[in-house]
Structures are given as structure tokens and as C-alpha cells.
Write a protein that binds this ligand. Structure first.
Ligand SMILES: *Cc1c(COP(=O)(O)O)cnc(C)c1O
Length: 421
């Protein structure tokens, strides 16, 4: 794109070497290392271009075709396109694509559908839930009465009997399902039956599994959920931001007003364009192939780690992510994550259910196949990755070992360029 040469600040990134160097550094970091952090992915050039477009310049407030500002003809077309694609992708009637993030999507839904002080029954973060579902450090934790369910100590899965008992005892206005470190399928029909019994709404936050849901590879929250929220940059491989979906027209005004003006102002149209782009990609047959590969690779990685003697929380995975329990290794998650990072493998430390260790030095590591699969890794590469992880965990302070693996990681990555010229 060429810029006019009249006016101020007409140059591109080359006018800011300091910033340009940091962005180049980040590209090299992504290219040369293996991303196993579950909340990340590698988006297409199409998504990058949509998000880096002139839509940054345009301010609109309100919904498409009902804006508070003029000049919104293309803004309306873009938002309408994103909504049409989102509803088609997830087989539902309504969507709001304006949430700036997953947390904003959740906060907007709570604000729109609940009253101050209403009770929400949500998954405990210690069991894999997300902080935006009422953690005490967030606004949602302050404004609503939060009751938490965990997982069963034996199975490490959500236990519907516990959810039902808590629902009967506390009569929540809303039950929230879906988490950030929960690797197993959820029983949405069972959760809805509990919600109906206590006359609560069921909200499903599918941030980590949206891509699998869209392609029929994970249980679909609809028709069970009254409202579904998601991020669009994890398993959906798209723009940074959030998404809200629902079917009952009676909820539309409350949800839309909960997002705007409830929790945010004008629309990040460039992100909405990025959402339209990724929903368009997700409607293509290749997206199913990608998600099947995410699942296959996650299972390959999980099986290889288990074969090396590492315990997986809940015995494995039904999606792209898994939690490794390091308790048997006498190494904490923070030490393990730092050693793996030195070896070029990006992971995050994570608490496991009933973790005896504190959040700063927890017992778990969270891994995901999303980003590796996006760059083309298959079973062979994920078996190699499992081998590297096993070696680093065995001797995390061996700097010679981590340096050798770092070089091998870089060589493997060179064969899988993320943005080939
Ligand atoms: C990542 C995540 C979010 C939050 O997304 P942000 O965009 O960081 O606000 C919300 N819910 C779940 C389940 C998540 O995993």
C-alpha cells in the first residue's frame, strides 16, 4: 500500500528502527521456536492484513446499520459479513463480534443478562476455569456472587453431581462452563438439564475449543447453551478479540447493550475485519483438516509423554490442550517452563487440580498442539517434541543439553517457515 506524501508521518516501519527491530525480533522468535502455549496460534497472512488495514482509522459506535457516526457504509458491510459468517460457522441465529477480548465478551454477557449481586456458578480456576468467570481479582468477581465447582478428585473431570448439588444449594442465575486448562469434553446437555432445573441460564465459554466445535470435532454447545462466548485468536486462528453467540432473539438487546455501551466503547473495526477473515477461513474444508490434525497431534504428543512416564491430568485430552503433572518429577512448573524455553519450547506453568503447590511454582505444565499444527507439524514432529520435553525435564539445569536441543528446534523450525516469503 502506498501512502500520500502530503501531510504528516507518511513513512512506514522503516521510519522507526527501534520498533521495527523489536517486531523483526518477535517474528524471528516465532519462526525459530516451537509454540506450545495453548492461548496462541499462528494466523494467516489474510488475518494479518485485515488487522493491519486502514480500518484502524475508522471509529464507529453501535451495531452495524445503526451507528452513531456517519461514513460507516464499509464498516457496516464488514461487521455484517463477520456476523453472517460467525452464525453460519456455529449454526446459530445471532452473533456479536465487537468484544475486544474474551474477557470483555464474558463481562458484557454478565452485565447484559444478570443483575448486580446475582449468583454465577462457574468452574474454579484451580480446576481449569478462566479468571474472567468471576475470579475475585476481577470486576466479575466483585459484582456477582460467585460459587465454584471443581473437578472430581479421581477422574479430574467435571462432576455433574457436584454441579447439580451446588446449583440446588445456591440457585445461581447463570451456570458457566468451559475453561482454559480443561482438556476433556464437557457434557453440555447434562449441564443444561441442571440449569433448567434451577432456572439458570447456561453460558459456555469455548475459547480453547471453538475451532474444534466449528468443525464437529468437539461437542457443540448449541442447542444446550443459552449463550456462547469465545476468543477468536486461539483455536480459531484469527483476530485478537472475542465473540458472543446465541439463538433467542429475546436476549439480543441485553447482550448487545452489555457489550456496548456496557463494557466498552467504539468498535475495533480492524479486529472485526480480522474476525470476518478467520471465520471465512474456518468455513473452508481445509479448516476441518487443520482441526483434525490439531487433535491427532495432541493425542500423539500426549501418548508420547505418557509413554515417557509423565502423568497427564484426566488421563489425556479431547482437544488441542493437555496438562502434564510434574509432581512425580520433583520439578516445579516454573522451573520446567524456563528450562524448556531455553531449549526453544514455549510452554506455560499451570496449576493442576488439587495442586499442593502454589500458583507461582505449580505442579503442572500446559501444552497445546494448535500453533505447531498451524505451521505444518505432524505426528513425527510432535513425537520429536515429546522426546525433547522428556530430556529437558529429566535434567533441567543441563545447559549443554538445552543448547543442543535449542539448535535442533531451530533446524526443525527452518523446515516449517511460518510466513514464507
Ligand atoms: C483465553 C480465555 C479467555 C480470555 O480471553 P482474553 O482475550 O485474554 O480476555 C476467556 N475465557 C477462556 C475460557 C479463555 O481460555
Amino acid at each position: 500500500m502506498s501512502f500520500c506524501h502530503a501531510g504528516y508521518f507518511t513513512q512506514g516501519l522503516d521510519a522507526d528502527p527501534e520498533l521495527a527491530a523489536a517486531i523483526r525480533g518477535e517474528l524471528a522468535r516465532q519462526q525459530d521456536g516451537i509454540e506450545l502455549i495453548a492461548s496462541e496460534n499462528i494466523v494467516s497472512r489474510l488475518v494479518l492484513e485485515a488487522q493491519g488495514s486502514v480500518l484502524t482509522n475508522k471509529t464507529v459506535e453501535g451495531l452495524a446499520f445503526a451507528r452513531y457516526y456517519g461514513g460507516a457504509e464499509f464498516a457496516d458491510a464488514i461487521e455484517d459479513l463477520a456476523i453472517r459468517r460467525a452464525t453460519r460457522l456455529f449454526g446459530c441465529r445471532f452473533a456479536n463480534v465487537q468484544a475486544h477480548s474474551g474477557s470483555n465478551a464474558n463481562a458484557g454477557v454478565f452485565l447484559g443478562l444478570l443483575k448486580l449481586g446475582d449468583t454465577i456458578l462457574a468452574m474454579d480456576t484451580a480446576a481449569g476455569g478462566h479468571i474472567s468467570h468471576g475470579h475475585p481479582a476481577t470486576l466479575t468477581g466483585r459484582d456477582y456472587g460467585i460459587v465454584r465447582y471443581g473437578v472430581n478428585r479421581e477422574t479430574e473431570r467435571v462432576d455433574l453431581d457436584e454441579v447439580r448439588d451446588l446449583a440446588r444449594a445456591h440457585r445461581p442465575r447463570m451456570i458457566v462452563a468451559g475453561g482454559s486448562a480443561y482438556s476433556r469434553a464437557l457434557d453440555f446437555a447434562g449441564l443444561r438439564a441442571i440449569a433448567d432445573e434451577v432456572e439458570a441460564l447456561l453460558m459456555v465459554d469455548m475459547a480453547h475449543v471453538a475451532g474444534l466445535v466449528a468443525t464437529g470435532l468437539y461437542p457443540h454447545p448449541f442447542p444446550h447453551a443459552h449463550v456462547v462466548t469465545s476468543t477468536t485468536y486461539k483455536s480459531l486462528r484469527g483476530a485478537r478479540g472475542g465473540l458472543v453467540l446465541w439463538n433467542d432473539e429475546g436476549l439480543s438487546d441485553r447482550i448487545n447493550h452489555g457489550i456496548f455501551p456496557g463494557v466498552q466503547g467504539s468498535v475495533m473495526l480492524h479486529a472485526v475485519a480480522g474476525k470476518a477473515a478467520c471465520f471465512g477461513e474456518a468455513l473452508r474444508p481445509e479448516f476441518r483438516a487443520y482441526n483434525q490434525a490439531v487433535l491427532d497431534n495432541a493425542r500423539t504428543l500426549a501418548d508420547a509423554l505418557a509413554a515417557a512416564g509423565l502423568r497427564l491430568v484426566a488421563g489425556g485430552t479431547d482437544c488441542g490442550l493437555m496438562l502434564v503433572d510434574l509432581a512425580s518429577r520433583a520439578i516445579t512448573g516454573d522451573v520446567a517452563a524456563k528450562a524448556l524455553e531455553r531449549a526453544g519450547l514455549a510452554v506455560n506453568k499451570n496449576q493442576i487440580p488439587f495442586d499442593p503447590r502454589p500458583p507461582e511454582a505449580p505442579s503442572g505444565l500446559r501444552l497445546s498442539s494448535n500453533a505447531g499444527t498451524a505451521r505444518g507439524f505432524g505426528g513425527a514432529e510432535f513425537r520429536t517434541i515429546a522426546g525433547w520435553i522428556e530430556q529437558v525435564l529429566a535434567t533441567p539445569s543441563d545447559e549443554v543439553l538445552t543448547a543442543r536441543i535449542r539448535a535442533e528446534v531451530k533446524a526443525l523450525c527452518a523446515a516449517f517457515p511460518i510466513y514464507a516469503a
